[in-house]
Design a protein around this ligand. Structure first.
Ligand SMILES: [Zn+2]
Length: 364
């Protein structure tokens, strides 16, 4: 085994690991506090290199710790130097991400998902480095040089313009969901119409929406730009990649900026289609639960989150969300499988009664 020591680098980029591989390395040793760029990480995985993190010396540990080797604690990274950050922010992959963000911004504006200076886009470039859009710039006019670099606490590190105030929302998602690399927040009119009426669209209607989004969550209203607002999505983001923000808009996360924008498109088109269908006056026909289950299997294979992954087949589809319909959560599968006991029947009757009473209460 040949190990190449890269612990002197605060930022380990693709070319550093490529050079190590050319020199015959089978292992690269990096500083546990350093930043590994996404393409460097990908290269390490692809080429089968072993990645070893250097554990700090006991003397480097704070007094409460008995030493990194003994306590196995990874201490928080000290701030990277200005030149390291500059190198990261202007690396070829960061430039490619910036171009992608600019492109996605234009798509959002063209589809009328953002208005004025609304909406924001971000990408997690490293453990403590996120590229994001600036405030007060229309997504139609965005240029790569307008973009900002912030740390995971929202402190601006680089960029000539002030960062979006909504970055706190994106950062909460990155902290909660390791798979989330990119986030897009926008105000698409049809999805936002659901968000201002406290409704979520039903499931089991259109396969594309089932696979890419599935159940949509609804986060309660809070004042935009605040930490309290940012935290409203926390109960949902692990099991939902798309969340409606009450009286505001939507947020989507994904592995790439482009994919996060796709989810916004899929959701808004879905909400729009549901609204058109409602105007036809005929009930929506739903995908049968056994077919919905096949879609969820596909989704699992794609590694996409869904709050229904652990549910039984008969619980997968929501009740219709049509005007006049009475929504009731599927509480028991027994009735559908023909194994209902008298307690099950009693529970179902009680559920229906509660749902009817709640609906009557809403219509007063
Ligand atoms: Zn907004």
């Amino acid at each position: 085994m040949k190990s190449i020591d890269l612990t002197g680098l605060q930022v380990v980029a693709l070319r550093d690991v490529e050079t190590a591989a050319k020199q015959g390395a089978t292992e690269v040793l990096v500083c546990s506090r350093g930043i590994l760029t996404p393409s460097a990480r990908d290269f390490i995985q692809r080429s089968g290199l072993t990645l070893r993190k250097q554990v700090g010396q006991a003397s480097a540990c704070p007094p409460t710790c008995t030493g990194c080797t003994a306590c196995k604690t990874e201490h928080p990274a000290p701030p990277a130097s200005a030149s390291d950050l500059d190198r990261l922010f202007h690396s070829p992959e960061a430039e490619a991400i910036k171009a992608e963000i600019v492109n996605v911004g234009r798509k959002l504006w063209q589809r009328m998902y953002v208005d004025g200076n609304g909406g924001n886009i971000s990408y997690r470039l490293g453990p403590d480095a996120v590229i994001c859009t600036p405030t007060l710039v229309s997504k139609a006019d965005l240029r790569p040089e307008d973009l900002c670099l912030v740390d995971m606490n929202g402190n601006q590190l680089l960029g000539p313009k002030a960062r979006t105030s909504e970055i706190l929302l994106h950062l909460e998602i990155y902290k909660a969901v390791p798979e989330a690399k990119a986030a897009v927040h926008c105000h698409p009119p049809h999805a936002t119409a659901y968000a201002i009426t406290d409704r979520v669209p039903p499931t089991c209607v259109i396969p594309e929406c089932e696979v890419f989004i599935g159940q949509v969550a609804l986060a309660p209203y809070e004042t935009p730009g605040t930490q309290k607002f940012a935290e409203t999505v926390l109960p949902f983001v692990k099991k939902h990649n798309t969340v409606l923000l009450a009286n505001h808009g939507i947020i989507c996360w994904a592995d790439t900026v482009t994919h996060a924008e796709w989810y916004a498109e899929v959701l808004d088109t879905y909400c729009w289609t549901l609204m058109l269908a409602q105007q036809l006056g005929a009930p929506i026909s739903y995908i049968p639960p056994e077919k919905a289950s096949a879609l969820l299997d596909l989704k699992k294979r794609l590694g996409l989150p869904d709050a229904r992954h652990d549910m039984k087949e008969c619980q997968l589809c929501d009740m219709p969300d049509m005007p006049g319909a009475i929504a009731m959560a599927p509480s028991s599968c027994a009735a559908l499988t023909g194994t209902a006991t008298s307690e099950d029947v009693e529970a179902i009757v009680k559920g229906v009664t509660d749902a009817v009473m709640a609906a009557l209460g809403q219509r007063k």
